[in-house]
Design a protein around this ligand. Sequence first.
Ligand code: PLP
Length: 403
Amino acid sequence: MTTAARARASSATLWTRIISRRSRVSSSPRKRACTRSFASTDFIRPHILELAPYKPILPLDVLSGQLGIPVEQIIKLDANENPYGPPQEVFDALANLEFPHIYPDPESRRLREKLSFECGVPSENIIVGCGADELIDLIFRVVLEPGDCIINTPPTFGMYAFDCCVNAGQIVDVPRGSAPTFKIDVEAIKAAVQENKPKMLFLTSPNNPDGTVIDEADIDELLKLPVLVVLDEAYIEFCETQSRMQAVLEHDNLIVLRTFSKRAGLAGIRVGYAGMPLWIMTYMWRVKQPYNVSAVAEVAACAALDNAEYLKKIKELLVRERERLFSELLEFDSLTPYPSQSNFILIKVLGNAEDLKNYLAREGIMVRYYSSPPQLASCIRISVGKPEHTDSLIRALQRYYSM
Ligand SMILES: Cc1ncc(COP(=O)(O)O)c(C=O)c1O
């Protein structure tokens, strides 16, 4: 039985149970007061009942307690955050926040104006969200009817599948090829579009977790398909390829996602943005929560953009460090790092990758471990840190492999 059919079947059973329970209860009003016990799941949407529990990441202080290592000694290389953080302008602007007691601008006008100037796209084509994550969910809510499908190209960022399931959609996976290129399969995507009539196609370039960039020609080809193409450029600053932001003015079916989390060190403040054609913006405004971007988030993102020099500098530092980390990793016989154009490196581990990840955690170095899908089996992903983070990591790896 497909997931949708299972969901429909369990929904039918639930409603039968609810109706019979209601008629039982209403025939005996005195009893109603003492028969309040019910299966709370009766009230949950069937497709939500089927969702796997969310596995949250641990905040630094909890990690610190668990590992018995002070917060400031933990080297967090598991979530592709930017270790340099934002420029001083952000701290100054937050210290001088003027109206924290007033609701923020629901249209984030100041920030959208600045982004418009930076990206060369009118602000009318730009929307801001509580991270790119929120925008992904909003797009689903605007576009997807329960049962509609999307094309996903795993291995990739998990939120497309997550939000698709939350929004009762179906996922058609067209897997990427094997390492080290993790190439998307354009012909298979075309065939899947023809067969499944999906509403959307999610593409990530550079891709998380492998850091590879999709060929320009492939994106051009896929834009010809009758689907909405959501191109996630969360890591675009770390590669040589130009952003496609301006292309949303030429392509009626292109949405481009960007974020301040990686480029500006603002992951904790939560600001993402997207460029899209005007026709879809109309509906994004209709579903967006009025105050989705806090005053803090807007002020911080504007201040970060005010120091373009700093953003450029930390990007260069991370790209340089990525190359050093890559060549250091090559020295280990048991590790095969894959070339990356992002701020992280995926590494195939010969031996027990989970054991390595646990060892590094005990040393206070957090990395991401994967056991599946097949292309990621026995892999770890390490975010690029500061030079001293690389030094500590390499020393820990040397200790591990000399044991
Ligand atoms: C490909 C990709 N897109 C989007 C995001 C989320 O960005 P944000 O922090 O703006 O929600 C991430 C976060 O890791 C990511 O890897």
